[in-house]
Design a protein around this ligand. Sequence first.
Ligand SMILES: Cc1cc2nc3c(=O)[nH]c(=O)nc-3n(C[C@H](O)[C@H](O)[C@H](O)COP(=O)(O)OP(=O)(O)OC[C@H]3O[C@@H](n4cnc5c(N)ncnc54)[C@H](O)[C@@H]3O)c2cc1C
Length: 228
Amino acid sequence: MLPSGAPTARVAVRRHRERGQYDRHTIRAILDEALLCHVGVVSAAGHPVVLPFVHAWAGDHLYLHGARANHVLREAAAGSEVCVTVTLLDGLVLARSVMHHSANYRSVVVLGRAREVTGPEEKLTALRLIVEHVAPGRSADARPPSDEELRATMVVSVPLTEASAKVRTGPPLDDEADLSLPVWAGVLPVGMATGTPVAADGLAPGLPVPDYVSAYGRPGRRPPQESP
Ligand SMILES: Cc1cc2nc3c(=O)[nH]c(=O)nc-3n(C[C@H](O)[C@H](O)[C@H](O)COP(=O)(O)OP(=O)(O)OC[C@H]3O[C@@H](n4cnc5c(N)ncnc54)[C@H](O)[C@@H]3O)c2cc1C
């Protein structure tokens, strides 16, 4: 983001620019709802690689974690630029004409140079935020990481200063001439659903399923869209 509040040229949405959004609130709400992200770097061998990760954010930074040997994190920590994307698919948009089919979605692209988080306090906070991002409440229940586990884990932080959101909502946009075609058109809402929890073998007896598991949901999920 430039001091004027405008996006940098690299993240300015050009196609359907009216769908581009750059405000902190929109970008962070999409990052919160998305369970996972995809992180792309150009590897040391010179080819692009994109891997899925779990993320969390705080303030103006996105946190990622993984094993010290993870090659995406190692490239990122060594100063390579990363591209982080998340996508929430909200609906399939079925138009009367093939060419006007689309999707309702909210997605984010973040570009930037990461830094390795080495301060023990920030590292622990980042790991707690990542656990809480997956299952809010979980970090109060599960055993915290040992020193050895912390040493084996790399945490990197990516600035959220160069980021864009792109959001499509609404019905299909058919050409006027196609509106009378005898073809059903509309939106099929899509969302993430969880199933029935499956307990691990050997659980201590009498442990109830925590509320954050039985009533799992992503924050900020919008109500299902009405088909037009
Ligand atoms: C939903 C989800 C969330 C995840 N979250 C995290 C996270 O937060 N932190 C984390 O460290 N890891 C996470 N992973 C696993 C991660 O994607 C990598 O597989 C793992 O970190 C190993 O990375 P590496 O560089 O050591 O892999 P390597 O085994 O060294 O990678 C070598 C090659 O293996 C292939 N490869 C590696 N991973 C994958 C993959 N996931 N799918 C397909 N091919 C692959 C690629 O071709 C890659 O270039 C997640 C995976 C999923 C599916």
